[in-house]
Design a protein around this ligand. Sequence first.
Ligand SMILES: NC(=O)c1ccc[n+]([C@@H]2O[C@H](COP(=O)([O-])OP(=O)(O)OC[C@H]3O[C@@H](n4cnc5c(N)ncnc54)[C@H](OP(=O)(O)O)[C@@H]3O)[C@@H](O)[C@H]2O)c1
Length: 325
Amino acid sequence: MPSTPPSSFRPRNILLFGATGNIGKFILDAIVSARDEFSRVAIFTSPASAQSKASLFNDLKTNKRVEVITGDIANEKEVTEAYKGIDTVISALGRTVIEAQIPLIRLADQASDVKWFLPSEYGTDIKYSPASASEKPHQGKLKVRAYLENETKDLAHTYVVTGPYPEMYIKGFPMGREAGGWDAREKKATLLGEKGQDPVSFTTMKDVGTLVLATLRHPSVSFNRALKVNSFTTTPAGIQAEFEKQTGGQPWTDVQYTPLPRLRELEQQAWAGGSPAAAGWTLRRIWTEGGTLYEKRDNDVIGNPKLTTLEEVVKDIVSSQGAKL
Ligand SMILES: NC(=O)c1ccc[n+]([C@@H]2O[C@H](COP(=O)([O-])OP(=O)(O)OC[C@H]3O[C@@H](n4cnc5c(N)ncnc54)[C@H](OP(=O)(O)O)[C@@H]3O)[C@@H](O)[C@H]2O)c1
């Protein structure tokens, strides 16, 4: 059973895994922006990253008061050593090493100083409905949750559930034209779902950092639960309308749709063909089916931090894609 630290508990000494990855860097940025609220901020990184990201780590150590610990997440001695004096562990480890968190959690549970563990979630709700239990991309994170909930004795946890990042889902066509996206320069788009009318909840990557920091600032209400948070909810048609508004106000002519039955077909083909993008297709299908929508979101539980709007996201994308206005 997980534990519940006393209501006086405040995270003071933080250790992050995966702190320089896609989403980890936004979490680290947010924590560094509030550096004075913490005694220690440390990151645990692989020797490979220590070498390839040496100048970034130098900057963190010299200018941001971040301790950089180099080690192997599979080396129990190195991890146990890194946990000394740490009360809160935040993992932003990547999809390929989700299950490697289980020994990290076991060691955290055994470490007398560590009281709180935030595993790598920051995505789609893996317990949205009974069907979630059999979704292939959720399996690793489900095992991690089961371990935190059933096998720990002296450790609290929090799952920060954010839904998709609009920067990844909206910008360009990272998985090809049928997987959805917007190109403001060429004024072309693919909207998922029937006429793009299916709402999706998004959290920007910067806001994931803001929301994790807000979680750290509200410990007792966050223990041993999922926080389902987001920046905004909109439809693909709503995103299209915002792009058209910000690119001259005229309708775009090259707008395509990928309805759910076609999305399911592409998903099945990707899994059958062993495509590395298969999980991406499943997630797009889940989002389009409404798997990011909640009766109540939990932003207020952690103090309703100020978050990014759709207008701001589209403005950034229009500018980064060099669209003619
Ligand atoms: N909601 C969304 O749209 C969305 C999108 C992407 C990701 N996510 C979620 O965000 C979380 C983090 O994903 P990410 O894309 O940010 O991760 P990532 O950039 O792929 O990896 C993060 C860090 O994990 C460590 N790592 C990765 N592979 C490793 C390996 N084979 N062995 C040891 N360490 C390894 C590395 O840290 P070091 O080298 O520093 O140790 C790396 O910088 C995941 O839970 C993922 O599902 C959500």
